[in-house]
Write a protein that binds this ligand. Structure first.
Ligand code: AMP
Length: 396
């Protein structure tokens, strides 16, 4: 893979696309610096080689140059985490940025103002990308979170560095982890797909059926499958226009020798509320007026066995409404099963949206092999799409 390790940055300026789209509180303090920490190895490698870094990122979704979305707010946090003074250019293109980039000495960092203060960024404007390209000698993409967007700084800019472009460590790790699961994972390979709706996961399911040996379907998706097979799902979330699709998935799975595992019992509630009355019921006999909001105990024993029998595990989507304490048990139990399987030697990747939030909230982050940093980018990778930001580095 074309990673940053293929380059020596001595006396070179690295133009690095990072993802510093971090959450800020009302006083513009960074409340979660994970993304800044994640880009550190890449930045430090360049500095230790004797090079300098020009860092570019977006922050939020500004309409023009709105002060509240300025990257100035995060300078102090970057300095604390990287232990290096950070210079700042008030515009990501133009005279000031060029002068400040040219003045950089080995070991120094320049942060550019929010890329999205220019609408040309998200439009993938070629002239804007060209102006960005003048700020560095080698282009490094380390922003997985935006790799699925053909924006100027994530994709278009790469064409101005035909011989000198590469992946940063974070992006390389994301690519490797996905490959390890979807292409060369040790068998048996398991995907656990939870979350709310079949419709939002259908492309993932279709892509994954060619890659896995086992597929656990949980969360709200369960009920579309159960109803399609003739069960009574009561008031559970169910996509009635996707019943045929669910049956088709079951059929395809059988043809491809993929074992599908669905919950057999659920925690049913008489309202979509943490304070609702609950009962454990068979998933095919949920009474009217009740809805399944979490996987039941029998299901969790069954899922635990499947998880522990597999060597490669992908987890996307919670097993229940984990935001409510009374319906988080299934998601937590699954986390424990995957953590144990990982300890016993399996490779586990958690990616895409809510399962990442769940893993962090329940303390499994360090107990799985890799937690992806990109929601939409991970989902598109799992759908089998080629991400433009990755493709741009791979193209000759
Ligand atoms: P997704 O973004 O598709 O991964 O869906 C995540 C959401 O699915 C979370 O907000 C969960 O609360 C929700 N969810 C999981 N299980 C259920 C369920 N049984 N009924 C309704 N929502 C659910």
């Amino acid at each position: 893979m074309n990673t940053i390790d293929n380059f020596n940055f001595k006396d070179k300026k690295a133009l690095i696309r990072v993802d510093f789209n971090v959450p800020l509180d009302d006083s513009f303090e960074v409340t979660d610096a994970t993304r800044i920490v994640s880009a550190k190895p890449t930045v430090i490698k360049v500095l230790e080689d004797g090079g300098s870094c020009v860092l570019m990122s977006h922050l939020g979704r500004p309409k023009g140059a709105q002060a509240e979305f300025s990257l100035k707010h995060i300078i102090g946090t970057i300095e604390d985490i990287y232990g290096v003074e950070v210079k700042f250019a008030n515009d990501c293109i133009g005279e000031e940025a060029i002068v400040k980039a040219n003045d950089l000495k080995p070991g120094e960092i320049l942060l550019l103002e929010n890329l999205r203060f220019h609408e040309e960024e998200t439009k993938g404007d070629e002239d804007f990308a060209k102006q960005l390209s003048q700020l560095g000698d080698i282009y490094v993409n380390d922003a997985f979170g935006t790799a699925h967007r053909a924006h100027a700084s994530t994709t278009i800019v790469a064409k101005f560095f035909p011989e000198s472009k590469c992946f940063g460590y974070l992006l390389a790790k994301e690519i490797e982890s996905i490959k390890k699961v979807l292409e060369d994972g040790e068998k048996p390979v398991l995907a656990v797909l939870g979350g709310a709706k079949v419709s939002s996961k259908i492309t993932i399911i279709e892509n994954i059926l060619d890659k896995v040996d086992h597929l656990i379907i949980g969360g709200g998706m369960t009920f579309t499958f159960i109803k399609a097979m003739g069960g009574n799902v009561g008031d559970s979330i169910c996509e009635n226009d996707k019943l045929d699709l669910a049956l088709d998935i079951m059929k395809k799975a059988k043809e491809k020798n993929v074992s599908i595992h669905l919950p057999t019992d659920v925690v049913a509630a008489d309202a979509f509320s943490n304070d609702a009355n609950t009962q454990i019921v068979n998933v095919e006999h949920i009474p009217d007026g009740w809805q399944g909001l979490d996987a039941g105990p029998e299901t969790l024993v069954q899922f635990d066995k499947v998880v522990k029998s597999c060597k490669t595990i992908l987890w996307n989507g919670p097993l229940g409404v984990f935001e409510m304490e009374n319906f988080a048990k299934g998601t937590i139990a699954l986390g424990h099963s995957i953590a144990q399987a990982t300890k016993d030697g399996a490779f586990s990747l958690v990616g895409g949206g809510d399962s990442v939030a769940a893993v962090k909230e329940f303390g499994f982050e360090d107990k799985v092999s890799y937690v992806s940093t990109g929601g939409g980018a991970m989902l598109e990778s799992l759908e089998g799409k080629t991400l433009p930001g990755i493709d741009a580095i791979l193209q000759a």
